[in-house]
Design a binder for this molecule. Structure first.
Ligand SMILES: Nc1ncnc2c1ncn2[C@@H]1O[C@H](COP(=O)(O)OP(=O)(O)O)[C@@H](O)[C@H]1O
Ligand SMILES: [Mg+2]
Length: 354
């Protein structure tokens, strides 16, 4: 393992364009052994793209990349990056839901016996070992699809650790973890750091950074802004670099008059996740629906829109009850749903009727 504090990753002048977007423009980045470096920036700043280049998922258009003092040519794929000691835990979960935990952990690097047969027992043993080192209670023979989202995220982390990576990239690892799980993850991160690994930590939860972070690198609109020692900066300073202006108040208080009740949902039940949901929306109001991944937020909106069947519940628009059994009922009455994924397919025949 390299000595602590040595530069183990060096990226210089990295550029990357996607059709119509310059995702990265001449970005510099470096990572040292034994540090946790937070890579920060607003949504779309280019954080994931930069880390996908470092881990061989994307190819850079321009710039130099050095991993453990080795020049890396354009063309490095994920497998080569892994050989060089780089592992990434993606923002989006990348699990095969129908495979077991151990099968997922060893996907693409299965352990075989001398006759070339899968050595399931050994993979289960090693998977159990990694999971135990993380202090998580997951049986390696469990089918991944039956685990909660947060447990699946723990399996992703176990997968990265099992490659014995010396550069570990975590892209928003806590976005669906609960408080206790986040604490466990921080314990794991400190342990990895003590072993001299370098960790890139991407998170939009700035308030959690002080638990683990040594340095921060800030990107804005695909450009490198600055790198700072965490203990020599402050959160307001970090935020001002991220957004490019001084922020006096993160969420300024704006008064808006509350008008009359426009929409009401009463005792909505749909599927396993949506149980007895009631709320009202007033003129001029924006209502946030908060909850962890899997809490039923999307399912609630889909049930209201008629995209999923509901068992019971009532909707009122301007005080009058309306009936929504399919998306077109909702659209006709002026209730629409903007969803990114998965798309709701409305049959063309219904659209023509409008
Ligand atoms: N595969 C892709 N195809 C097209 N555009 C992309 C792709 N990946 C990222 N982008 C664009 O590149 C920019 C940077 O994205 P990203 O690296 O995901 O930012 P961040 O992780 O900081 O939120 C955004 O404008 C995004 O829309
Ligand atoms: Mg991202």
């Amino acid at each position: 393992m390299s000595e602590k504090g040595q530069t183990i990753v060096r990226m210089k002048g990295i550029s990357k364009a996607f059709p119509g977007v310059k995702a990265l423009d001449q970005v510099d980045f470096d990572l040292r052994s034994g540090e946790v470096l937070a890579l920060l920036g607003e949504n779309g700043a280019g954080k994931s793209t930069l880390m996908k280049i470092l881990s061989g998922v994307y190819q850079r258009d321009e710039g130099k990349l050095e991993i453990f003092s080795q020049d890396v040519e354009v063309g490095m794929g994920p497998r080569r990056a892994q050989e060089l000691g780089v592992a990434i835990i993606h923002q989006e979960l990348n699990m095969c839901r129908h495979l077991t935990v151990a099968e997922n952990i060893f996907l693409g690097r299965e352990i075989c016996d001398k006759a070339g047969r899968l050595n399931t027992r050994e993979m289960n043993r090693q998977a159990a070992e990694v999971l135990a080192s993380m202090n998580v209670d997951i049986d390696p023979t469990t089918i991944v699809g039956s685990l909660s989202i947060s447990k699946q995220q723990m399996v992703e982390i176990a997968k990265a650790l099992s490659t014995h990576a010396r550069v570990l990239i975590m892209d928003e690892p806590t976005s669906s973890l609960t408080g206790r799980e986040i604490e466990d993850l921080f314990t794991i991160i400190r342990q990895l750091q003590d072993e001299g690994r370098g960790i890139v930590y991407i998170s939009h939860r700035l308030e959690e950074l002080h638990h683990i972070v040594d340095r921060v690198t800030i990107l804005r609109d695909g450009q490198f802004i600055t790198t700072l020692d965490f203990d020599k900066t402050t959160l307001p300073e970090i935020i001002s670099y991220m957004v490019g202006r001084d922020i006096k108040e993160k969420y300024p208080r704006i008064e808006t008059p509350k008008g009359k009740k426009v929409f009401e949902v009463k005792n909505l039940h749909a599927g396993r996740l949506v149980r007895d949901i009631s709320f009202s929306a007033y003129e001029g109001e924006i209502i946030g629906i908060a909850g962890l991944v899997g809490a039923g937020r999307t399912e609630t909106t889909r049930a209201i829109f008629g995209a999923d069947p509901k068992e019971s519940g009532q909707f009122f628009l301007d005080g009058k009850e309306i009936f929504i059994n399919k998306p077109m009922d909702a659209i006709r009455q002026g209730v629409v749903l903007a969803l990114t994924c998965p798309p709701i397919l409305v049959p063309v025949s219904e659209l023509v009727e409008i």
